[in-house]
Design a protein. Structure first.
Length: 351
């Protein structure tokens, strides 16, 4: 009897110890190896803390997210600041994500002064993100090597009220923003120098001349060339619009002009190209590439070492409706630069 009592007491002491050891050894109790850590910082989504760390920045789907300024130029307080955002599938698998009609559910920006003070969001962003309207979205799939790009105005996201030097980083929500802890991808950081506002075009030209801001070709990737060209047309910046266009090839898309071009001397061909340039500027010809879209979105980019294809959804807003067209731009590499030499258009209806 005494032996049995001693054995019972030993088991009562041993069992809890075994249970604790078993619980400690179970996977997922102290962490999930190979999983994605999701945090709920309880703060404002997309804002860095005082140490510069980004709370709630859970690892997003495999891929590369980057941003760049659409134009290498001087920015003045009150200017639009066009930024191109790109998601590239750098993996051997298909990359899938959601794109909302209301871009604020996909994209956010964090801007900070050189003293690490956060710049407030723009009122338009705050209103759009907190709207009670339903969020419509579509699924996007990228095959290996493909890229999805679009251009936004940074001032729609960040309220720049003072001139100065800023550090800007973008945040991409591949499954849409649903609150703190939503999976998010962080972009590279960019430095933005915003000059004080100027009084007029002459003063702006003087500042740009003093800072050496020149219009010249840069070795941009194909999608950025297309984005740069369309943005320039939206602003009627003709020198920038023509910068990456092969006007000779575009002129010859017309069979009659092509025959006349081939029969002409070299000097006459140059004159034909110059006339074509002037006709585009003065809107004397119905050339689709010269029509100004109200907005656009680069949907797909494919290229090899010498040829590239960039598909763009362009919207043309009229009083009673918006027309949708898919432009497919064909580019070729000339020296180090991608040049647009042809395009195709597909009508997608209206909305």
């Amino acid at each position: 009897m005494r032996k049995n009592l001693i054995l019972l007491l030993a088991l009562l002491v041993l069992v809890p110890s075994l249970q604790s050891a078993a619980q400690a050894s179970q996977p997922g109790r102290t962490g999930m190896p190979g999983g994605t850590a999701m945090s709920d910082p309880g703060g404002t989504p997309g804002q860095q803390d005082s140490s510069g760390a980004m709370p709630g920045a859970a690892a997003g789907p495999t891929g590369t997210f980057s941003v760049r300024f659409s134009e290498k130029r001087i920015y003045f307080l009150g200017d639009e600041i066009q930024v191109q955002a790109s998601i590239e599938n750098s993996t051997p698998d298909t990359l899938r994500f959601r794109v909302a009609d209301n871009r604020y559910y996909n994209l956010d920006f964090d801007a900070r002064t050189v003293t690490n003070l956060a710049v407030a969001h723009a009122k338009e962003f705050t209103t759009g993100r907190n709207s009670d309207q339903p969020v419509f979205f579509r699924e996007v799939s990228l095959e290996p090597g493909e890229k999805y790009s679009f251009v936004v105005d940074l001032t729609k996201y960040i309220a720049f009220t003072d001139a100065g030097l800023f550090v800007v980083q973008a945040l991409w929500y591949p499954d849409l923003f649903r609150g703190p802890g939503s999976p998010v991808m962080q972009s590279n950081r960019m430095t933005l120098d915003v000059k004080p506002p100027v009084m007029g075009a002459e003063e702006r030209a003087r500042v740009e001349a003093e800072t050496g801001a020149l219009i010249a070709r840069a070795p941009l990737p194909p999608d950025e060339v297309v984005s740069y060209t369309i943005s320039a047309r939206q602003k009627s910046q003709w020198d920038k619009f023509f910068l990456y266009l092969d006007l000779g090839s575009l002129l010859r898309r017309n069979p009659e002009r092509d025959r006349a071009f081939r029969r002409s001397s070299e000097a006459a061909q140059r004159q034909m190209v110059e006339r074509f340039r002037q006709e585009l500027m003065q809107s004397r010809i119905n050339q689709d590439i010269g029509i100004i879209p109200s907005s656009f979105e680069i949907q797909k980019t494919t290229y090899d070492s010498s040829e590239a294809v960039v598909q763009v959804l362009e919207k043309f807003k009229y009083p009673d409706y918006t027309e949708l067209k898919q432009y497919t731009y064909l580019l070729k590499k000339s020296d180090r630069y991608w040049i647009i030499y042809d395009y195709e258009i597909k009508n997608l209806g209206t909305q």
